[in-house]
Write a new protein. Structure first.
Length: 134
């Protein structure tokens, strides 16, 4: 597994199969708590703008012009996304687009190899599991 991520870059243009953000599960306040934690623990770039983070993790607001910059391993990224967005359709496609990762990034494998480093975040904002579709 390649543990490097690309620096923040321009977002690709949207298309009809655009997976530019995760579904709305969390409030803006919860997302700000998550962002603060990720910045304080140096998982995500300090320059990450709150409105960009809110868009990528809820779909609310205007689409950012840049991807988010994850500065830790892809295993940790996959562990974070898997914990907080479990059950999301196209979870790894969205993750690659949001963080500007190469198409060959095997996040599903990284998630299976990962261990949870986000237990203290879970105490601040518990993950919300989506309701099953009927």
């Amino acid at each position: 597994v390649d543990n490097t991520t690309e620096p923040a870059q321009d977002c690709p243009k949207p298309n009809r199969h655009d997976h530019s953000h995760f579904e709305n599960r969390y409030t803006d306040d919860q997302l700000m708590e998550i962002l603060s934690y990720l910045k304080n623990m140096e998982y995500i770039e300090q320059a990450t703008q709150p409105e960009d983070f809110i868009f990528y993790f809820s779909g609310r607001g205007d689409r950012p012009t840049k991807t988010l910059g994850w500065i830790q391993s892809q295993i940790l990224l996959a562990n974070f996304i898997g914990k907080y967005f479990q059950g999301e359709l196209h979870i790894w496609v969205k993750t690659r687009k949001i963080f500007g990762l190469k198409k060959g990034s095997n996040l599903a494998t990284a998630y299976q190899q990962g261990r949870c480093e986000f237990d203290s975040l879970v105490n601040i904002v518990p993950p919300i599991t989506p309701k099953k579709r009927l």
